[in-house]
Design a protein around this ligand. Structure first.
Ligand code: PLP
Length: 430
């Protein structure tokens, strides 16, 4: 199949990036379990190392199974190219690496996956980078936070843990005006519910660990480049616009045009940082993506019913699901996520911290795990786990206060999910 953009999402999620194996005709993408690839001759080897010819050298950089997944995710996101990585967190570092230098900063939403808040507020400081956290509903504050050293704006489409929706069009208008890229973590929405590039995102990052794989089997990440940002428009992005000493002074932006970021990610990022996805993981994720739209429709349908039931239940104080009419974010749904608000939200349980712990310990279908986007329903008490490293103010800002649990609604029978919550809430609030 040619990957014509005219094919629908359900077709592309099965076929994009995958062709019958040229050697064997194998219909499914083989797991190319190999470290290295034999060069045709010495000239071929030299051309590959000079980036004059595209091909396989060594699996830290490229592998055919991983390449099929990269192409599939990039196609589903409507991007020019993609680079898969060993985890979602690796993808975030890989997205920032070509943009940043010591002394540079990013503007990040205060509502992010807890691990990302820690990565951005603690770990990136060791590289001399920093993050300024801002409430992304306050567009004036986002704009005001950008300074001459800012090199990216970072947010999530459907923000973890509360399921809040970011007005990507408004945020990309601000980053565009400042001449810096918008990076959107689209993990919780997936390209089925939202395609951030259509709302002005420059780069899209994923934890493929979650919905894209869909069954909690492997960790992985991906950076998709829209191919639309002009890296040479000013002197802010020298890694992409200036001569690269490791490749005889080649300029990535000039040589690779819309694929500059993707080639840099492979030829410099994976080569030197080594955050490579392995072909087994790529295989599991390729299998998962084949059913992405079917699963997401069911996740959304279940989440909608469970959120409504919880909202109407007197044992809860509030539910943050953006698909509820009571949510201040419901008005953004037709624009940002017309197929639904995802399946991730938080619930404030009457009885606070202790009731939340009792609830997670009383559930039978739900698993208490630090994960989301599984076919199984999952729950976590963020304040005592994923958001534990955060200060009380950061927890509140992130929507992960002590009396709140986060639910990731699975694809089980919705009546069973509700019955499980019912019996556990009875114990938690007894
Ligand atoms: C899980 C997650 C990450 C981190 O991904 P890993 O694969 O666990 O490294 C980043 N962002 C979001 C929204 C996530 O849910």
């Amino acid at each position: 199949m040619t990957d014509s953009p005219s094919y629908g999402f359900d077709t592309l999620q099965i076929h994009a990036g995958a062709r019958p194996d040229p050697a064997t005709g194998a219909r499914q993408v083989p797991i190319y379990q190999t470290t290295a690839y034999v060069f045709r001759d010495a000239d071929h080897a030299a051309a590959l190392f000079n980036l004059q010819e595209v091909g396989y050298i060594y699996s830290r950089l490229t592998n055919p199974t991983v390449a099929a997944l990269q192409e599939r995710i990039a196609t589903l996101e409507g991007g020019a190219g993609g680079v898969c990585c060993s985890s979602g967190h690796a993808a975030q570092i890989m997205a920032l690496f070509p943009l940043m230098q010591p002394g540079r900063n990013i503007i990040a939403s205060s509502r992010l996956y807890g691990g990302t808040v820690t990565q951005f507020s603690q770990t990136i400081k060791r590289f001399g980078w920093s993050a300024k956290f801002v409430d992304f509903d306050d567009h004036a504050a986002v704009k005001a936070a950008i300074d001459d050293d800012t090199r990216a704006v970072f947010c999530e489409t459907i923000a973890n843990p509360g399921g809040h929706i970011t007005d990507l069009d408004a945020i990309s208008a601000i980053s565009d005006e400042a001449g810096i890229p918008l990076i959107v973590d689209n993990t919780s929405a997936t390209p089925y519910l939202c395609r951030p590039i259509e709302h002005g995102a420059t780069l899209v990052v994923h934890s493929t660990t979650k919905y894209l794989t869909g069954n909690g089997t492997v960790t992985g990440g991906c950076v998709v480049d829209s191919g639309k940002f002009d890296w040479a428009a000013n002197d802010k992005f020298p890694s992409l616009s200036e001569p690269e000493p490791a490749y005889h002074g080649m300029k990535f932006a000039e040589t690779f045009g819309p694929l500059a970021f993707t080639f840099h990610g492979i030829a410099i990022g994976l080569r030197d940082l080594g955050m490579t996805m392995n072909p087994q993981a790529a295989h599991y994720t390729l299998m998962g993506i084949e059913t992405l739209s079917l699963r997401m429709d069911r996740h959304v349908e279940n989440a909608q019913k469970v959120a409504k039931w919880l909202e109407d239940d007197p044992r809860t104080d509030y539910v943050t699901y953006a698909g509820l009419e009571s949510s201040p974010y419901s008005k953004l749904i037709p624009k940002i996520c017309p197929k639904g608000a995802g399946a991730l939200f938080t619930v404030a349980v009457k009885g606070g911290y202790d009731a939340c712990l009792k609830l997670v310990d009383s559930l039978e279908i739900f698993s208490h795990v630090a994960n989301l986007g599984d076919a199984r329903s999952l729950i976590i008490h963020s304040a005592s786990t994923t958001h534990r490293q955060l200060t009380a103010e950061q927890q509140e800002a992130a929507g992960a206060g002590p009396g709140i649990v986060r639910l990731s609604i699975g694809t089980e029978d919705v009546d069973d999910i509700i019955a499980d919550l019912d019996q556990a809430l009875a114990k938690a609030t007894a």
